[in-house]
Design a protein around this ligand. Structure first.
Ligand SMILES: [Ca+2]
Ligand SMILES: [Ca+2]
Length: 238
């Protein structure tokens, strides 16, 4: 959930309802579904007034597979950035997107809408086996994503280039503005489960904080702590 500058509440999530309320002129007013699938699911983005009495704008987003949104962030002019996971090979991406193809069972995705949800400004996959991505946007338009993964596309300067074990490592990724390039992406974890679930906070233009839970006694820490099933916080320079 996020609050817009003009006083709207923006919520994102997932729905199996073909009659989920959408608004006239919205980007996508019908659920996207494989007719042969036993279960359908799309992400949704909705803007309501602060009293929650009026649905101002609402849209589906997704493809023929399972599509779910987990987090939302806003830039200075009100564009709406959403992060999610998808099994859809046809999740909407933009022509100039960093990645427009599904790579694994569950890829993380980012999408950007204009403030009234009438236009999809951009969209990209992050080639990964990953879940529950969070999103934040910087003043210069770069987009931060953090979540947990077992397979990841890393960049050459990644702090940790390999999956460290357990079912999950945390990850942090930085996309250029308009989602055209993956500027930075790294694994982050130890030999047991390392999880990040809605644990991304923008501190300022130069730093983001990523928080989560780890079962790894060898989780990388700067203070030497080695507890099992401890919470962790990490600060990353953008
Ligand atoms: Ca779908
Ligand atoms: Ca791990």
């Amino acid at each position: 959930m996020a609050l817009t500058a003009d006083g709207s509440v923006c919520v994102v999530g997932l729905t199996s309802s073909s009659d989920f309320p959408t608004t006239d002129g919205a980007y996508d007013t019908t659920i996207n579904d494989n007719p042969e699938a036993w279960y359908m699911e799309d992400g949704f983005v909705a803007l309501l007034d602060l009293e929650l009495t009026t649905l101002k704008h609402s849209t589906y987003i997704g493809g023929i597979g399972l599509d779910m949104l987990f987090d939302v962030a806003l830039d200075a002019v009100g564009n709406i950035y959403v992060s999610g996971s998808t099994t859809s090979p046809d999740f909407p991406t933009s022509a100039s997107a960093y990645c427009s193809q599904l790579s694994h069972t569950f890829d993380s995705v980012l999408a950007v809408f204009n403030p009234t949800l009438s236009t999809l400004v951009g969209g990209t996959y992050l080639a990964s086996e990953s879940v529950v991505p969070s999103v934040s946007v910087l003043d210069d338009g770069r987009v931060i994503m953090a979540g947990m993964c077992s397979i990841l596309t890393i960049t050459d300067d990644a702090a940790d280039a390999t999956f460290s074990g357990g079912t999950m490592d945390a990850y942090v990724a930085v996309f250029s503005s308009n989602l055209r390039a993956l500027e930075y992406c790294t694994y982050f974890g130890g030999d047991d489960v390392d999880s990040v679930d809605h644990g991304l906070v923008r501190l300022d233009e130069d730093r983001v904080l990523v928080a989560g839970l780890t079962g790894s006694t060898n989780f990388p820490s700067t203070d030497g702590s080695t507890g099992r099933w401890d919470c962790f916080t990490s600060i990353w320079r953008t």
